[in-house]
Design a protein around this ligand. Structure first.
Ligand code: SF4
Length: 213
């Protein structure tokens, strides 16, 4: 990824949000543009100062609070169910992700993926962005570029790619973060899903898909 670091600047890993916040933020980001996710998350936090308040609120109130983003009717019950799962049974305290502390990266990912509506990408975002663990989130850009660049086979799904690309980019979290951000930036700016701009791509000399888009 050195060529992309040179083109865009080396991204550096710094914890973005506390773990529960990151998890809720990532659920809100599913099928939603970044700018809308930021606004929706801010509005949810404005209306509910604590995560226990979201957990205990009527689902219609949570849905109204996140209506700026997409799929509010799906995400509101999902977020409430996640927050309930992160709370000790019968306790009124705050939901937390302390259960991850004693788990290795693979077990922590599996624990998160057992939560309602949480897949490998959402789990990886929490583990890398918030906890600084060496796990690669694979979104649509990372998946598309990894296939075009021949880092993974064409038939490998985004879900399957998490483990493969983590192994390729690792073992340092900072390295994995830089690779993730580089691929997302390049996918947004140059290697578009339709009509990739191979003529101005710094990776064209290495890319088996150059000129075929
Ligand atoms: S050469 Fe084309 S297909 Fe390959 S990474 Fe660059 S833009 Fe994408």
């Amino acid at each position: 990824m050195a060529l992309l670091d040179d083109a865009y600047g080396r991204p550096s890993l710094a914890p973005r949000l506390p773990p529960v916040d990151e998890l809720v933020y990532t659920v809100l980001s599913q099928n939603t543009a970044d700018v809308n996710t930021d606004r929706t998350f801010a509005e949810l936090r404005r209306r509910f100062p604590t995560w226990s308040a979201v957990r205990d609120a009527p689902v219609a109130d949570v849905e109204a609070a996140i209506s700026l983003g997409g799929l509010a009717a799906t995400k509101a019950p999902r977020i409430k169910a996640i927050l309930a799962a992160l709370s000790a049974p019968g306790e009124a305290g705050e939901p937390d992700l302390g259960a991850l502390d004693g788990l290795d990266d693979e077990a922590a990912a599996a624990w998160l993926e057992a939560l309602p509506g949480v897949g490998p990408k959402t789990a990886a975002c929490v583990l890398l962005f918030s906890l600084g663990r060496p796990v690669m989130p694979v979104d649509t850009h990372v998946h598309r570029l990894a296939r075009r660049l021949g880092l993974i086979d064409q038939g490998v799904t985004a879900e399957q790619a998490h483990r493969l690309l983590t192994a390729l980019a690792g073992p340092e979290p900072a390295q994995i973060y830089a690779a993730h951000v580089d691929l997302v930036r390049h996918g947004r700016r140059v290697c578009h899903a339709r009509r990739p701009r191979c003529g101005e791509c710094v990776l064209a000399g290495l890319c088996p898909s150059a000129g075929t888009g």
